[in-house]
Write a protein that binds this ligand. Structure first.
Ligand SMILES: N[C@@H](CCC(=O)N[C@@H](CS)C(=O)NCC(=O)O)C(=O)O
Length: 213
């Protein structure tokens, strides 16, 4: 299997964490975002969206990070608690996978784009208007997550880490640099800290975050 990634991408880290957790042999193909490789014709033959990650597994080409995570977890011999057996918990995990993509990380990503990525790509200073909208929307959805975690549950679904934690928590390495106001939601902040102690998550900390960039 081959996984196409950009180093530091939150969506790639989700998949890298599943690979680390399951101990899979997957070759990483690193693309250069700054050099335009992600939007180039060669890579768009693999993912026509011009986005990472993408997985090539035999004849199958798959894009969308959450779908790739599920594909890998479904292939785990004997199953994996990352993707619970069909039933109520699996539907809960699915709910968080959809929620993070549609709502929560849309706004976490705005902070990271304005405060980190624009600088890396030379796109100018952070723009206050999108940051103000991101703050308003982030607090709205982080409040939902904080309420869910307020009963002391360690992870989003059940007692063990699942794909839901990797997906919702995917920006964890960039919260400080992105100035995401997560401290206003103490249960969310504590859950992010807990996620960082999960071995497969810790093993996939992006090199840029390790260097403190
Ligand atoms: N919904 C997609 C989002 C993928 C995505 O936005 N990837 C970013 C990196 S985290 C990307 O490829 N950005 C490059 C670009 O848009 O040019 C997924 O989950 O795979």
């Amino acid at each position: 299997m081959k996984l196409y990634i950009v180093e530091g991408s939150n969506n790639c880290r989700k998949v890298q964490a599943v690979i680390a957790h399951l101990g899979l042999a997957v070759e990483s193909v690193r693309l250069d975002l700054k050099a335009g490789e992600v939007r180039g014709a060669a890579y768009r033959a693999i993912n026509p969206n011009g986005k990472v990650p993408a997985l090539v597994d035999g004849d199958r080409v798959l894009w969308e990070s959450n779908a790739i995570m599920v594909h890998l977890a479904e292939g785990a011999p004997g199953g994996t608690a990352l993707w619970p057996a069909a039933g109520a918990d699996r539907i809960e995990v699915l709910r968080w996978l959809l929620w993070e993509g549609a709502h929560y990380n849309r706004w976490v990503g705005s902070f990271v784009y304005e405060n980190v990525l624009k600088g890396v790509l030379g796109l100018g200073p952070p723009d206050p208007a999108p940051l103000a909208e991101a703050a308003q929307q982030f607090h709205r959805f982080a409040g939902v997550l904080d309420g869910h975690l307020a009963d002391g549950r360690p992870f989003l679904v059940g007692e063990q880490v699942t794909l839901a934690d990797f997906a919702v928590g995917s920006f964890s390495a960039w919260l400080a640099a992105g100035r995401v106001p997560v401290a206003d939601h103490p249960h969310v902040a504590a859950w992010y800290r807990r996620l960082e102690t999960v071995p497969a998550w810790a093993a996939t900390l992006p090199p840029q975050a390790r260097a403190g960039d």
